[in-house]
Every structure is written in C-alpha cells, then in structure tokens.
Design a protein around this ligand. Structure first.
Ligand code: 5MM
Length: 353
C-alpha cells in the first residue's frame, strides 16, 4: 500500500506529464531499435552517434513549450551533450521531466510468437539508481500480438500481472509508472479485432492494478489507438479511430487514472497527429489524453538530420514543428492546413551526401 503523502507527490508528477497542451517524447529506443533508425539514414550505430542523435532531439530550443517529459534509455540518462551538460540537466532547464525505460526487452511466451517483457528481477535496485540520476517517471512496454488464436488469455494475463508488479515497485520508489500495453499494428486484422484485443488487455491490466493496490492517481497509461492492422489495406478516418478507442477507454478505465498518452505504433506522423486531435473533438473525457510518440515525433527530424552537424538546426526545426502540431492536437486545435505553414523546402534542402 502506498501512503497518502507519497500518492500526492506521485499525482503531482503524473499531472505534470499530462499538462494540457503538452505530451511526451519517447527517446528510449534500445540499441537494436536505434540501429534500425540509423540504417535508414546510413549512419553507424555507435555510442557517439546515439549521443549526438539524442542531443539533436533533447536540445531543440524551446521544446518545453510542447514536451512535458522525455523517456530516456539507460545509456542516455547517463550521457552528456558535446559541451558537457548532462541530458537530465538539459531537460530540467526546459522544465521537462526526465523519465526512464526500465524494462529489459521482450522474451518469447509459448511457441506462437507471443511475447512477455523481462526486467522485474533487480528492478528495485535499478529504480533507486535512476531516481538518484534524476528520473521522475518510468516506462515498461508489453506487446500484444493479434494473429491466429492470438492474443491468448494466458499471454494477456501474464503481461497484465508483470505491468502491475512493475507499477507497484515504481510507486514504492517514488517514481510514476507509465504502463504501456501495446496491441501491435502488425498484421492484417480488422479495427474490430484490435478493439477486442485492446479491451481484453486493458481489462486484465486494471484488474491486476487493483489487485496490487497501485494508486491510480499516480499512474499513466500509455497505449495504442484502436486501428486496423497495417497490412489490412483498410484506411479509417480519425473520427472512427477516436470512436473505437474511446469506446474501450470509457468501458474499462477508472476515472481516477491520472492520464493517458498514446504511442504512435507505426502510424505516419500526420496520421498520429490527426487521430489524437479527433479524440478531443468527441466530447469531454474524464482523463487528460496526450501523446507519447517515438517514431511519429522523430521520423522527419531524423531524416532531416542524417547524422550531420550542419543539419542540426533544420532537424530541430522539423522536430519542433511536429511537437507543436501534436501539442495542438492534444487540445483538439489541430488542422492539416497548419502543416502548410511550415517551411518544408528549408527542411528538404539539408545536406544528404
Ligand atoms: C522508442 O521505442 C520504444 C521501444 O523501444 P525498444 O523496442 O527498442 O525497446 C517504445 O516503447 C516506444 O516508447 C513506444 O512504442 C512508442 O513508440 P512509437 O514509435 O510506437 O510511438
């Protein structure tokens, strides 16, 4: 059981994470995932290139207007800018909360391709280390696969139990847990199948959260929007995505949950923005809802950057534009016309040699 004064502190941080008009940047890619992003721009996956990449994202001037928190990776929370300032310090100066991914990646569950997430072993020790480094919140991602006979009830239950166990450990350590169950976009499933899978995992997750007496006021849910599979060939309008997603949330989520932040999951940048915007046009909601994107905030900036110092300021402008569009979407004030105001030709004139 978490005591009341700790719950109040957690609630303060959680509220700050979902401040109206702000959202989160997920910059917690593990080594392999950064490697994939870098191979798209033909950049070697070295420690220094990863540091420069994070520096490009974390030092964009004024990003604290749009970004409330950044999820860092173990290596990144210990790194410094080229001029020697720690990334944690850089974020604090912008009024941004430093967060940290504390799961240790996916492992096989059964033989059909389902996964669970490892990282509970030694978690308490890692949490106190991260808290000492300045982290204020944590993230743990579990993935749910839709396919032949999947997701299984066993996989849903195990992921829900692990997420709840992680969340309780975080709260004991004074860190706000962000629980991230992600129903993957991969596959040719329908939007209805995604809705069913999303409802199942969220139902199980909030049952386990209740069983463990995790304080809802100090908890952030990071999850997927309800969408058809990316190989289904079906395109749905933002209104339909919002309707299906909010139907699940209203059915399953307790009102006292501190907030919700979406992952982008492989949606295009503008698609993720438009879908978030639509959530805010569908009437008032009991929870603040915002973004916690990785790819949908980073892709354009990464392409503009190409790993070249001479592209830094253009790349940061691309990033700031995307952050601003999502900030507006988190208030229901975005329209696609706003994309035209951005000087794309400047972003395209970067050196790619
Ligand atoms: C940054 O990507 C995170 C996963 O990284 P690894 O697979 O390398 O561990 C991921 O948890 C991320 O925070 C969310 O999935 C959101 O990212 P997207 O790109 O889906 O918005």
């Amino acid at each position: 059981m978490i005591n009341q004064s700790k719950i109040e502190e957690l609630n303060k941080i959680a509220k700050q994470m979902v401040t109206p008009g702000k959202g989160l940047l997920a910059a917690d890619e593990s080594m392999n995932t950064v490697g994939k992003r870098f191979s798209a721009i033909s950049l070697e996956n070295t420690e220094d290139n990863r540091r420069s990449f994070r520096e490009m994202l974390l030092t964009a001037p004024g990003e604290g207007q749009y970004i409330s928190g950044v999820i860092l990776f173990d290596e990144t929370i210990k790194q410094k800018t080229g001029s020697g300032k720690s990334f944690v310090e850089v974020l604090k100066e912008e009024g941004i909360l430093p967060g940290i991914k504390v799961d240790q990646g996916l492992v096989d569950f059964g033989t059909a391709g389902e996964k669970t997430t490892k990282g509970l072993e030694g978690l308490a020790g890692r949490l106190s280390e991260y808290a000492a480094l300045g982290a204020k919140f944590c993230k743990w991602r579990a993935v749910i696969t839709i396919g032949q006979g999947m997701p299984t009830d066993e996989n849903i239950r195990q992921n829900a139990k692990d997420l709840a166990a992680y969340a309780l450990e975080c709260q004991k350590a004074g860190l706000v847990p962000m629980v991230e169950p992600e129903v993957l976009l991969d596959g040719n499933h329908t939007i209805q199948q995604c809705e069913v899978a999303s409802e199942k995992i969220l139902t199980a997750l909030f049952e386990e959260i209740k069983n463990k007496a995790v304080a809802l006021e100090g908890l952030i849910l990071k999850t997927n929007m309800v969408l058809p599979g990316k190989d289904s060939g079906v395109k749905v309008m933002p209104e339909e995505v919002a309707e299906a997603t909010l139907r699940v949330f209203k059915k399953v989520l307790p009102n006292s949950l501190a907030g919700i932040a979406f992952l982008s999951g492989g949606q295009g940048e503008q698609e993720a923005t438009a879908n978030l915007n639509a959530m805010h046009l569908a009437g008032s909601l009991p929870w603040p809802i915002t973004f916690s994107y990785a790819r949908a905030l980073q892709d354009g900036a990464t392409k503009a950057w190409q790993g070249k110092p001479e592209n830094l300021s253009v790349a940061q402008n691309v990033f700031l534009h995307r952050a601003k569009m999502n900030s507006l979407a988190s208030l229901g004030k975005y329209s696609t016309d706003m994309e035209k105001d951005f000087n794309v030709s400047e972003a395209e004139s970067v050196s790619q040699d």
